[in-house]
Design a protein around this ligand. Structure first.
Ligand code: 5AD
Ligand code: SF4
Length: 460
């Protein structure tokens, strides 16, 4: 039985796609390789969002193809965003590559591609088509296999129509396409049956769910009186799949923070008090050049509405430093907006020009060492802010979804709160992955809470 291994770069959507590809391959009779260097088939699921991510994937592919000298039958395949960005050019960059397949096409094509590659075919290209995103999803026979994850993902919106000036995603993930809520419901149910207790609904711009070329089915009413598709979907999933105790959705956009969405977050108990809401910049001039569709005041209004409407909400963000023309003054505006928004956590990215995007036409004029300095300043600010915000949790008892032994210290376990905060604690006898436990928080770091388990609060 041939074995496979998948190496994943990029966002949660890629993580999810890799999981679905793995299930397809298992259902077709392939087995998980014990280690990548023992696999007959290695897939690289790639990301194009920054140049560095692409360099890493190309380096990996180069190494794998070179390893064929010792492992002549090794199949190396590329999937994910780079497959779409590079098209046929990838075969010149990575000689010996067996195949390259776009993220929407991969689900339906992967088994056939792997079989043909094992039979000796090379250089096969399957570009994404606009339609057929459902094909990326697991077939009915996609089987179980793999350890059940208590926190799992379900993609609800493919592609992106937003066209922010720096972003490659609309080019590599195609146009927006919302899934039918009945298909989402079926997949969430299947995840619950596999052992999931928490689901994160994924979309590059998830709040645009159901805003384009979509009609909510008449036979799915909203007893809570929601009219917008995302609140309706959250209500439907919470009602129909009670085994899913937590629902999240990511990534957000401030224009999607409607009163109805805030109400859904407050009134549907399963919906977590947590939102990832990328800000990108706190300078109106830069936001305009990024074509984000909001200004600083509008962004901070969305944050205020969330904090007023959803008790104890944690808000996290993405910020880009060194966008073309970003001055010291612009940067200081980002700093102050981050403080005003009081982010629980922030991911800071150094601007990376992506070929074909509008902002790549402009000179990348903030020197790399200045980008690095701005990055470090924001991270230091965030550390201090994270410590301050996390200190507020000490003395409180929180519900944690236990995820298993902690990466740093296997004697302790880690899990997450509703706010998506990582909690580290000593396991109690009989504790299983996927249990919800009450943990009393005793101390805090900027990114982690530490506590002691009290009585178990539920059998899953
Ligand atoms: N350069 C740097 N960061 C980028 N991001 C998206 N495009 C770029 C780029 N060209 C960041 C944004 C986004 C996150 C996933 O990656 O902050 O929210
Ligand atoms: Fe990377 Fe964006 Fe593709 Fe996710 S969608 S893998 S972040 S380029």
């Amino acid at each position: 039985m041939p074995t496979f291994s998948i190496h994943t770069y990029g966002c949660q959507m890629n993580v999810r796609d890799s999981e679905l590809l793995a299930r397809r391959l298992r259902a077709a009779g392939f087995a998980d390789a014990p280690a990548e260097d023992e696999a007959d088939v290695v897939l690289v699921n790639s990301c194009s969002v920054r140049e560095k991510a692409e360099e890493k994937a190309l380096g990996k592919l180069g190494m794998l193809c070179a390893a064929r000298r010792e492992r002549p039958g090794l199949v190396v395949g590329l999937t994910g965003c780079m497959a779409n960005r590079l098209g046929p050019d990838v075969f010149a960059l990575v000689p010996g590559l067996s195949f390259s397949v776009g993220p929407r096409a991969a689900g339906a094509a992967v088994v056939d591609l792997v079989r043909r590659a094992l039979a000796g075919s090379k250089g096969m290209l399957v570009p994404d088509s606009e339609r057929g995103a459902e094909d990326a999803l697991p077939a009915k026979d996609a089987g179980a296999g793999g350890p059940p994850a208590p926190a799992s993902f379900v993609t609800i919106l493919f592609g992106c129509n937003q066209r922010c000036s720096y972003c490659i995603v609309p080019f590599v993930r195609g146009r927006e396409e919302s899934r039918d809520p009945r298909a989402v419901l079926a997949e969430v149910r299947a995840e619950a049956e596999r052992g999931a207790r928490e689901i994160t609904l994924l979309g590059q711009s998830v709040m645009r769910y159901g805003r384009m070329g979509f009609a909510w089915p008449d036979d799915l009413p909203s007893p809570m009186g929601f009219t917008e598709p995302l609140p309706r979907l959250l209500e439907l999933l919470a009602r129909e799949v009670p085994a899913i105790r937590r629902l999240r959705f990511t990534s957000g956009h401030p224009l999607g923070v409607t009163p109805e969405l805030v109400r859904a977050m407050r009134e549907i108990p399963a919906v977590c008090a947590h939102l990832h809401l990328p800000m990108q910049s706190g300078s109106d001039r830069v936001l305009k050049e990024m074509r984000r569709g909001y200004d600083r005041a509008r962004y901070l209004d969305a944050v205020r509405a969330l904090r007023e409407g959803v008790p104890d909400i944690a808000i996290t963000t993405d910020v880009i430093v060194g966008f073309p023309g970003e001055t010291e003054e612009d940067f200081e505006l980002t700093r102050s907006a981050m403080e005003e928004a009081a982010f629980d956590n922030a991911f800071v990215f150094k601007y990376s020009p992506r070929p074909g995007t509008p902002s790549a036409e402009r000179p990348d004029d903030v020197p790399d060492e200045e980008k690095r300095r701005r990055d470090q300043v924001l991270l230091a600010d965030q550390d201090a802010r994270g410590q301050r915000l996390n200190d507020r949790w000490t003395g409180r008892t929180v519900e944690v979804l236990a995820d298993g032994p902690s990466l740093r210290n296997a004697a302790r376990w880690s899990g997450r709160t509703e706010q998506n905060k990582i909690v580290v604690f000593e396991p109690v006898p009989g504790l299983a992955r996927g249990d919800f436990v009450q943990v009393r928080i005793e101390s805090a770091h900027p990114q982690t809470l530490f506590g002691t388990v009290g009585a178990p609060c539920s059998a899953p």
